[in-house]
Design a binder for this molecule. Structure first.
Ligand SMILES: [Zn+2]
Length: 264
């Protein structure tokens, strides 16, 4: 009798074709992912908001790992000062929209991924509609106002949210899942104060730092989709690049949170 975990049985029933078996073989080999996990990735749809320093590695890793559909949202164009850290863009694409530039890079990495570009600031109903279509939302934006709007849309539509931030020599990662009653939300972590955070253009950022945090966002997104590994929902990870130190905290769900209390 062939056990449920047998590769032979999975291969036979799988929709994954030979080219995909080879392309994704190194992650299919992982028992935690296997064919089932790869099939989940291939049928998943991820919304990435912001195609800057964080969004570039997120999009590139998710595309190369075989996430079937990616929606890229950004309203900026590629500038010379972006190229130090925004690795999906090139010197030849200065002046082009970031979403179009990133789409070219993703197509060369993995042409089978369906990439949709939203070259506008996502807000209001348009944001809600895009979030509702996604299995996971990855917040790679650099403004609090955008982060709060994305968080509210994710809580309202019960869509998992992978949030990242990086500035100077410090990075943060937090994972939320409004489908789970115990999950906090971004506003439980950062109650709105009306202040806008410093941007990289004002404070600076060390280039590989955004790669570290963006890669972790892609990793946690893949974990949410494939359901592999341990859940990171409700965790905040803080990385200090100066001292090469990591701190992990559990974010408490606030009973008085203006966004998620009573939402589930
Ligand atoms: Zn909350």
């Amino acid at each position: 009798m062939i056990s449920r975990g047998s590769p032979a049985l999975h291969w036979e029933k799988s929709q994954v074709n030979d080219e995909q078996l080879l392309r994704y073989s190194r992650q299919i080999l992982l028992p935690e992912v296997d064919i089932d996990g790869q099939e989940r990735l291939l049928s998943a749809h991820v919304l990435i908001v912001g195609l800057g320093g964080l969004g570039c590695p997120v999009a590139m890793y998710l595309a190369s790992a075989g996430v079937g559909s990616l929606t890229l949202a950004d309203f900026d164009v590629v500038e010379l000062s972006n190229l130090q850290r925004q690795i999906a863009h090139t010197s030849h694409r200065l002046g082009e929209s970031k979403v179009a530039s990133a789409a070219v890079t993703l197509a060369s990495l993995n042409p089978s991924v369906a990439v949709e570009c939203v070259n506008q600031k996502l807000e209001g109903q348009a944001l809600l509609d895009q979030v509702a279509r996604a299995d996971v939302v990855v917040d790679c934006s650099d403004r609090f106002s955008t982060r709060f709007a994305i968080n509210r849309a994710c809580v309202k539509t019960q869509t998992p949210l992978v949030s990242g931030a990086a500035i100077r020599m410090e990075g943060q990662l937090a994972i939320f899942d409004a489908r789970q009653a115990h999950s906090p939300c971004y506003e439980c972590l950062y109650p709105p104060s009306g202040d806008e955070q410093l941007s990289c253009s004002e404070a600076g950022v060390l280039a590989p730092l955004v790669g570290v945090i963006g890669s972790l966002q892609a990793l946690e997104t893949i974990k949410l989709i494939t359901r592999c590994g341990e859940s990171s929902v409700g965790k905040l990870l803080v990385y200090d690049a100066k001292s090469l130190s990591w701190h992990s905290l559990n974010i408490p769900k606030k009973s008085q949170c203006g966004t998620c209390s009573g939402a589930v």
